[in-house]
Design a protein. Sequence first.
Length: 113
Amino acid sequence: VQLQASGGGLVQPGGSLRLSCVASGQISGTNPGGWYRQAPGKQRELVATIDSGGNTNYADSVKGRFAVSRDVVKNTVYLQMNSLKPEDTAVYLCLRWGRYDYWGQGTQVTVSS
């Protein structure tokens, strides 16, 4: 199983980005997935998850601003990030749960004016 994350970049405070995580290999489009982030000097933080039934959960710090979704056919998990703040700056990593934990390579998100 391989995960390819994309969509990061530099955005001004208040802006939006959409991250994508495409899975290939022996994993179903309905396998649960999630997004973590890691900022310099901070612990890795679980940002959002989506389970096999499509139910979602969010860290308190992103509730109401971020939305996780998926396309089962494309085997892709998305993270829509709105109203971005400087404290959202981090490397964002996607994860899919299956027989093992599968990690993507990470995509940098920088929120700065």
